[in-house]
Design a protein around this ligand. Structure first.
Ligand code: GAL
Length: 415
């Protein structure tokens, strides 16, 4: 018997409805395959199993979800859409525009989602007044993760500004420590770029370049400066960075092989999975110069229309995801913060509490922006065009001036 068959059987027995419609499974396509991500996903699987709903796992490895989206397209083209799919930002809007997503309004109305889900998430979860996906969490990309013992050993404290940061990096390099753990994959380069652009040009540059896609901003002197800063970062990663998965870069910080990683707060899931404690073993802080801003990405589960009304299993999955207890239990493990505004921060560690406070403050002060790297500032075509330029520059194909020029052209063509 395969694992999937065993799960189905267990679910059917639990529900006491073997052979009837109530024993159906949900097939979930996702890219949560690292240790920390899998631990968080288990919280959801167990929640559903407790309700007698079987889980058919469809993992597609690849941080950021690009590969998962390719597999999804192939499945839908073949007329075999999964029940539920992990999805980000503009991808949800694209699938909704194709009419592929089921209508979750009944469950949303029954459970009062409109009152508790922040507008920034509703902008993607709702299409034309219709709920089409269930928000799981809010992550953000402008974080730095640091090994505390490594900083202490080198007499370093948390850098507040870009200049503090470059000074710390140079101190570490002079001491023979790898300053920055990084995985050379386009989405990881772009994740750093979110924070570097925000830090270099503030919300004005970020908004004009990544949300308004304005050529003057994309090709500006500040953008050239942002690329110069990326080159500094590239000069301070180890020799084996190319192609490395993000969680292996996190492991370098966990193990004291490197000092810093610039990565979204899914990195915290890896620290926790390795039994590390924030404030003692590792530090979390906003990328220097972006302390007031949050560049967010929210994982959502979009439900694919299976031909007819939303199924009982889809409604149960959506309902489980939005329940306040699940929102706390899952996000504590995942490193993200709840997708509802009414969940207590009590169960969260210090980084989680900071994440929740930062999100609320950024939302009320107009400092909350969708992450370019994770599909929340522009559609995938534009995102991918930016990825190409950022990665080509990171790998030395362009100097900073040329990169900014290429960015203008690439974004223009992608629209
Ligand atoms: C992001 C996603 C996170 C995390 C990360 C790395 O796009 O929002 O939940 O999974 O990719 O895989």
């Amino acid at each position: 018997m395969t694992g999937v068959q065993r799960l189905k059987l267990t679910a059917a027995v639990l529900a006491g409805t073997a052979g009837s419609a109530g024993a159906a499974d949900v097939e979930v396509l996702h890219w949560w395959t690292s240790g920390g991500e899998a631990a968080a996903l288990n919280v959801l699987k167990q929640d559903l199993e407790g309700q007698g709903i079987g889980w058919q796992d469809m993992p597609v490895a690849g941080g950021g979800g690009e590969q998962a989206m390719t597999v999804l397209r192939a499945r839908v083209t073949a007329g075999d859409a999964p029940t539920a799919v992990q999805m980000l930002g503009f991808d949800i809007k694209d699938w909704a525009a194709e009419g592929a997503l089921a209508d979750l309004n009944a469950v949303a109305a029954k459970e009062g989602w409109d009152a508790v889900v922040p507008d920034a998430l509703k902008a993607f979860a709702k299409d034309d007044g219709k709920w089409v996906s269930a928000p799981v969490n809010v992550h953000s990309t402008n974080w730095v993760w640091a090994n505390k013992a490594v900083l202490d050993a080198n007499g370093l404290s948390v850098p507040e500004t870009w200049e503090d940061f470059t000074a710390a990096v140079e101190t570490l390099a002079a001491a023979g420590v790898t300053p920055i753990a990084h995985g050379g994959q386009a989405w990881q380069d772009a994740t750093i770029f979110d924070a570097v652009v925000m830090s270099t040009g503030g919300p004005d540059l970020y908004t004009s370049a990544f949300i308004d896609l304005a050529a003057e901003a994309l090709g500006s002197a500040e953008m050239v400066e942002a690329f110069e800063r990326m080159a500094f970062i590239r000069a301070h990663v180890d020799d084996n960075f190319s192609g490395r998965d993000w969680n292996l870069a996190t492991a370098m910080v966990i193990n004291g092989e490197a000092a810093f990683q610039m990565m979204g707060d899914w990195a915290k899931g890896e620290f926790l999975n390795a039994d590390k404690v924030p404030g003692q073993d590792f530090l979390c802080f906003r990328f220097p110069g972006t302390q007031a801003q949050v560049t967010f990405n929210a994982d959502q589960f979009a439900m694919f229309d299976q031909g007819g009304a939303v199924s009982g299993e889809q409604a149960a999955l959506a309902s489980a995801i939005l329940s306040p207890t699940f929102q706390s239990a899952f996000n504590v493990v995942k490193g993200s913060v709840p997708a509802r505004t009414d969940v207590s921060n009590e169960a969260f560690d210090d980084c989680g509490k900071k994440g929740m406070a930062d999100l609320a403050a950024a939302a009320s002060s107009g400092n909350l922006f969708g992450s370019m790297a994770h599909g929340h500032s522009a559609p995938a075509s534009v995102k991918n065009a930016i990825y190409d330029v950022v990665t080509a520059h990171f790998n030395g194909e362009y100097d900073a001036e040329t990169a900014a020029e290429e960015l203008v052209t690439a974004v223009e063509i992608a629209q």
